[in-house]
Structures are given as structure tokens and as C-alpha cells.
Design a protein around this ligand. Structure first.
Ligand code: NOJ
Ligand code: CA
Length: 661
């Protein structure tokens, strides 16, 4: 049910000249956030206040074009439109089953005071959990085709706050986060999350990245407390190629008084367009296993040979395991030809299986056992080859009843010079999502463009990597325990992440004796609640789950939720999240390299309901380093009057299932 309370006030401001200062402001519905638009001697700027704190000091808005005058000054205000919205909508799947969308809007029509009299609109939406703004270039006489060489948007902070960030990178987001002061950021990919000296939590990102270059941030030469927009270029150095009418993505500033408020925010989704897919009956969140981890640890290979993982026989073994344990999805990587010659520069074949993989038989067997296969398209970054073959590749899967595909863009993009996060690739990733929808296929993209809320518009865009995930533990120095205590407050604010949790054999000594997972086993369970993904992997080998009592939690935990509450959290230290599915609640709590005890009031549970609780906790001697397998499973009855004491080992975690009686 949609409830709209529209009201529109139209203000026409006619100015004789462009000298002097004009200010217009808009506040969040609760009045805490104030956005101020300033036209200072013809130059557009903005400021943001939270109550009495200046969060963003005067910062520039505008553009520099390849040819012709910049669009940063010489403006007058032609008209100003103020409106507000108050409604809610229902996502097809997600962290909650209802999203509240309440904001006040300020839209300014700016006109150049001299030749060529171009028009630029700036639109702000101010919510209780932050704000977004974007630029609109309406259809107009003096601006048709244009090339942006710089978007001049700035974010000028008022103090040298603490920030969590990864380096600005045009190709990937697979990095450990840095925590430094703001002025120590050189370049960054978004989301960048900031704890202000005044105790507010702020995250900079973007929403609805469509037909535009990804935004990275760089420290300004002018002011070390200021970050500036730095768009990912085309091979020729142009940032964005556009034709009016045209609009940019939303620049977003999420604001919360507690770190968990950022996680509960729906700002990014609210700044995207409603669902465009009418029939969503084929879109299902699901857990999945995969012929996958074995390749990363070296047990299997993607390519043909004695270790080939994707054989008919092995696939059937996985299918049996899934069927027995009620895990619906099975990803099979390395099923198609091309892996043997990838390193030699050859390309993938998206329709021909290896000789030892009988695709039709595997599909038949999966169907018989009620298991849904997840296809795999590793492109190796070769876009022309993928685009030439994508129709036949999706057609094949659709004809076999396969409704999910994991895509991959490992390696440099071909043609040379294009970047993963440039406008050309942003458009490619979107075309793949749209084409997949035509074939009723859900997408899990690896080496993707970052999430910016597109899942609202195309709910077949399920999950993606764009994160330094579990695979790094298989073949690198790994992810330290604090990594997953940072991700919920940074990368996860952008959208779901295919982190691939659930490794039970934490050392896999048989395959890689010098590598390991840097957590306790109970921590691996808690990740299913903490890290949100509608396609959520049980990443370990079936033989490591078989007969393991803790596997019951992975079998039970859903990956689609009616409600989400962040119970506590400190960025990089710990976080506890509770999520509701129908009448049941699940809680996941994780800590960094420090042990800790957290007290949790269960007052959020439904009133007058008794819950049967199964608690998967770190054992008394658990420690990620020396004793990660020590865990306990206890059962008890709990109500909303109870308080839980959660004891977490170093690198530990706790996972709780609360079933309503
Ligand atoms: C990198 C992806 O992150 C990983 O999940 C996949 O197995 C390999 N590429 C091969 O496609
Ligand atoms: Ca990867």
C-alpha cells in the first residue's frame, strides 16, 4: 500500500544579476539535518548541518567540460521547487519487508547569466538518515552532446575526523580498510565512512549509478579536510560522455548518531527507481554451495586434468549433499571450456562443457533432486567476446531452467584502456542485468561495479563481490578478524555482498598448509546474519559439513528478512545484528582480535512470545589463533524481558536462532 502526502510549493525567484549570495534550505522531516544551497556570486555551493554541528562546510557544485565553458559559475536562479514525500514501499527481497521513504526535496533551476545560457538543475532530497543530491541537464538549445572532464562536487568537512576507507582504484574494491584521519586519505573508493569528532557517523557514497562513471574521492589540494569527486575515465581521458536530457547519479551522505544507524538506513535504495520487473516469480533469495572453494585452496582446478572440479560425478555428489541438507542452490565453476587457455590470452566459451561434464545429465539430476543450479560466466574481462556470446549463453541456461548466473570480470578489461568502474563498463554491467532479466536470470556479479541500489529497480541483481571476500584466506595473507567488523559499516552500506562465509575447516592443511581463516568457527556462523546477501553461500566443501553439529545453523538461517536491527556496534571492533524472518529471529555477533562480553536486551523480540533459542557460542577456551574450533551449542527459552550476555573470544562470534513457539 502506497500512501502519498504530496505538497508542492513553487517559488519563482527572479534575480536581476548574479552578484551577491542567495540561500535556500531544506531540512529532514525530523528537523535534525539541514541542507543549505548557496549561490555565491553565481557559483553553486552547498552546506550540511546536523543540529548545531556543521558536517559539510561550503562545498562547490558543478562541472568542467572538455570543450566550452565550465559549469561552475555565472548562474542565476531561475526557479526553485520545494516538495516532500511520505510513503513506504515493499522490496521484492531484502533486509526488511517495508521501506519508509520520507524526505523533503529542494530542486533548483539554474541558468547562466551570459552566453551560452545553459541550464543546470540541482536536486536535493533530505531524509532523516541523510541526504542525496544530483545534477540534471534538461533538454535545451545550447547543450546537446557534451563531455565531462571533471565533476567538481566537493565534500568539505569541518574537522579532521576518523575515516574508514579503501584506496581509490578504477578496477576493484578487494582491499582491507584503512582507519586514519580524514586528512590522511589520498584517494578513496566509496563508501567512505566517517566518525566525526562530534560523535556522528557519516558515509559518502552514490546511488543509482546509471550511464555515468563511478565516483572515487580524492583529497583536495586546497584543503586537506576536503574530499573531491574524481570520476573514473574513459581511455581518452574523458570522464562522462552525455547527451541532454541527462542526469547524474545521486551523491549520498548517510548520517546517523550510532554506527548501527548507517546499517539500518535505506537512503541508497530510496534514491533508486521502483522495480521495473513485472513478473518476479522467478526471483528467489537462496543459500547455495559451490564447486568453488576447492579451486581456491588447490584441491580442485577450474581447468581440465586430474583435479578438474566440475565433473559430472562431483556435481552429483554436491547435488546429493544439497538435497539432503535442504540447500537449494549449487554453483558450478569450471564447467565450460576456456580455462585451459585463459592465461595464454584465449577466451572463454560460454556454451561448451568440458568432456567430463555432462551438462544435460547434471541438469536432469539436479531437477530430480530439487536442486537449482547456478551458472557461471567468467569473462576474464574480455567484454567484446562476452557481449557477442551473451545471448546464446543466457539462452542455454534459460533453456535448461537455470535462473541464476555468477558473472566474473577477473583481470584487465579488454579493449585495453577501459576500466572496470568507468562509464562504458557501468553500462555493460547494467546491460547484463537487463538482459539477464529478459531470460529470467538472477545475477551474482564478481569484480563488479559497486552496488548503488540498482537492486530496487532490477531485483534480479541479487548480490555481488566488490569486496575482499573469503577467497583471500585461501591464497593470500588473508583477512584479519577486524575485517568483517568493518565491512558492515562500509561496503555493506552500498548493498549485499557475496562474501562467501561458512568455512569450517579453518586450516585446510591438506591443500594449503600455510594459509588459514582468521576467525573462530562460531564467528563463521555469525557472519550469515551480520553480512547480508540474498544469495548466501555455504562456502566450504560438503565433506567438511557432513556430520558437523554446527552445520545445523547454516541449514536453518534464512537469507531474506522481514526486519533488521543493529543491536550494537563499534566500527572495526564488534557488531551485533538481529534479523527477523516470519516469526523467528536470528542474531549474529562478531568481534575483532579482542575478546569481549556484550550485554544485549532482547526487548526488540515480539511481546508475549516465548522463543526457543539455540545458541552457537565460542567455547570457554576459544581463540581464533590457538583454538578456533572450540564452540558450544546450548538451548534455552527466552522472551523479550530477557537480557543476554554474549561472550566472544578473540576473533570470535556468536549465532543465535530464536524460534517463536
Ligand atoms: C574471482 C572470483 O571472485 C571467484 O569467486 C571466482 O571463483 C574466480 N574469479 C574465477 O571466476
Ligand atoms: Ca574476486
Amino acid at each position: 500500500m502506497k500512501k502519498e502526502v504530496p505538497f508542492l510549493i513553487l517559488l519563482i525567484v527572479m534575480l536581476a544579476g548574479c552578484s551577491g549570495t542567495n540561500e535556500f534550505s531544506s531540512t529532514s522531516p525530523n528537523g535534525n539535518i539541514e541542507l543549505i544551497f548557496i549561490l555565491d556570486d553565481g557559483a553553486p555551493e552547498y552546506m550540511v548541518r546536523y543540529k548545531d554541528e556543521i558536517l559539510i562546510d561550503t562545498s562547490r557544485l558543478g562541472f568542467i567540460f572538455e570543450k566550452g565553458q565550465p559549469m561552475i559559475c555565472n548562474f542565476e536562479i531561475d526557479s526553485v521547487k520545494v516538495s516532500s514525500k511520505r510513503r513506504h514501499w515493499k522490496p521484492v527481497w531484502g533486509e526488511v519487508n517495508r521501506v519508509y521513504e520520507r524526505y523533503n526535496q529542494l530542486k533548483l533551476n539554474l541558468k547562466e547569466t551570459g552566453e551560452p545560457y545553459r541550464i543546470l538543475q540541482v536536486e536535493f532530497k533530505v531524509f532523516n538518515d541523510g541526504l542525496g543530491f544530483r545534477y540534471i541537464f534538461p533538454e535545451q538549445e545550447h547543450l546537446k552532446d557534451f563531455n565531462i572532464i571533471s565533476e567538481e562536487t566537493q565534500f568539505r568537512f569541518h574537522d579532521d575526523h576518523s575515516a574508514w576507507w579503501i584506496k581509490g582504484d578504477y578496477e576493484g574494491y578487494e582491499r582491507l580498510f584503512n582507519n586514519t584521519t580524514l586528512s590522511q586519505i589520498n584517494t578513496a573508493n566509496t563508501p567512505v565512512t566517517i566518525e566525526t569528532t562530534g560523535g556522528l557517523y557519516v558515509s559518502l557514497h552514490e546511488a543509482n549509478l546509471t550511464d555515468y562513471a563511478g565516483m572515487t574521492l580524492k583529497r583536495s589540494d586546497e584543503d586537506p579536510l576536503m574530499l573531491e569527486c574524481d570520476l573514473v575515465p574513459w581511455p581518452d581521458g574523458i570522464k562522462v560522455k552525455a547527451t541532454t536530457p541527462f542526469q547524474t547519479p545521486w551523491r549520498t551522505i548517510q548520517i546517523a548518531t550510532e554506527p548501527g544507524g548507517l546499517i539500518e538506513s535505506h537512503l541508497i535504495l530510496n534514491l533508486n527507481e521502483p522495480n521495473k520487473i513485472e513478473d518476479v516469480s522467478w526471483i528467489h533469495p537462496m543459500k547455495y554451495t559451490g564447486i568453488w572453494w576447492g579451486m581456491h585452496t588447490g584441491k580442485y582446478s577450474w581447468h581440465s586434468g586430474p583435479k578438474h572440479g566440475a565433473t559430472t560425478e562431483n556435481a552429483k555428489r554436491y547435488i546429493d549433499f544439497n538435497a539432503e541438507n535442504g540447500i537449494p542452490g549449487l554453483l558450478i565453476e569450471g564447467w565450460n571450456k576456456g580455462w585451459d587457455s585463459w592465461s595464454k590470452g584465449n577466451v572463454f566459451d560460454f556454451i561448451s562443457p568440458y568432456e567430463d561434464f555432462d551438462l544435460n545429465e547434471v541438469v536432469r539430476y539436479a531437477g530430480e533432486k530439487g536442486v537449482r543450479l547456478i551458472g557461471h560466466h567468467e569473462t576474464g574481462g574480455n567484454i567484446p567476446v562476452y557481449e557477442q556470446n551473451i545471448d546464446s549463453a543466457f539462452k542455454l541456461y534459460a533453456s535448461l531452467g537455470i535462473h541464476a548466473v555468477k558473472t566474473g570480470y577477473a583481470g584487465r578489461i579488454k579493449p585495453e584502456g577501459y576500466h572496470h568502474h568507468g562509464q562504458w563498463m557501468v553500462n555493460h554491467y547494467r546491460e547484463v542485468v537487463k538482459k539477464a532479466a529478459e531470460y529470467k536470470i538472477m545475477i551474482d556479479a564478481h569484480e563488479p561495479i559497486k552496488p548503488t541500489g540498482i537492486r530496487r529497480t532490477y531485483p534480479n541483481m541479487m548480490t555481488r563481490e566488490g569486496v575482499r571476500g573469503m577467497e583471500y584466506n585461501a591464497w593470500s595473507e588473508g583477512n584479519p578478524p577486524e575485517h568483517t567488523c568493518i565491512l558492515p559499516f562500509t561496503r555493506m552500506l552500498a548493498g549485499p555482498l557475496d562474501y562467501t562465509p561458512g568455512i569450517f575447516d579453518l586450516f585446510f592443511n591438506e591443500y594449503r598448509p600455510n594459509r588459514r581463516v582468521y576467525t573462530t568457527l562460531a564467528n563463521q556462523l555469525a557472519l550469515y546474519v551480520v553480512l547480508y546477501s540474498p544469495l548466501q553461500m555455504a562456502a566450504d566443501l560438503p565433506e567438511n559439513y557432513e556430520g558437523h553439529p554446527a552445520f545445523q545453523f547454516i541449514k536453518d538461517v534464512p537469507c531474506n528478512w522481514d526486519d533488521t536491527k543493529v543491536l550494537n556496534g563499534s566500527i572495526g571492533d564488534y557488531v551485533t545484528i538481529a534479523r527477523k524472518n516470519r516469526d523467528d529471529w536470528f542474531i549474529g555477533s562478531i568481534t575483532d582480535e579482542n575478546e569481549r562480553e556484550l550485554s544485549i536486551a532482547l526487548s526488540f523480540l515480539d511481546k508475549e512470545t516465548e522463543y526457543e533459542a539455540v545458541i552457537y557460542a565460542d567455547g570457554p577456551d576459544a581463540d581464533w589463533e590457538s583454538n578456533p574450533y572450540d564452540y558450544t551449542i546450548t538451548k534455552t527459552t527466552l522472551t523479550n524481558a530477557d537480557t543476554l550476555s554474549i561472550v566472544l573470544a578473540r576473533g570470535g562470534g556468536q549465532a543465535i536462532m530464536l524460534t517463536a513457539r
